[in-house]
Design a protein around this ligand. Sequence first.
Ligand SMILES: [Zn+2]
Length: 103
Amino acid sequence: MTKLFGNIALQPRDIAWEWAESRDTANKHVVHCKLCGKKMSGGIHRFKKHIMQIKGQVTSCREATVEIMRKIGEDMALKNQSKSHKNHIDAILTEVCFLHMKF
Ligand SMILES: [Zn+2]
């Protein structure tokens, strides 16, 4: 048990907090996007879906840059080592890069 708790304490803060903040100390699951100001409940994992524009659960961030998406996407891929998930992230990034190139 001691070892387990030790590992949790050593876990680095999620990279996504660089662009998110929790203003409501009473409810840590409420996260504000520093980029577009959107408030959402569901914690940092939902925030990442907001940035990565994974539709269905949360609205997409209009201010997220390709660079930010790439950083969060790589982090998500590292945490979920399944091949299909990596392919999914790759597909999103390819699509985003393509969309940004058109503008
Ligand atoms: Zn946003």
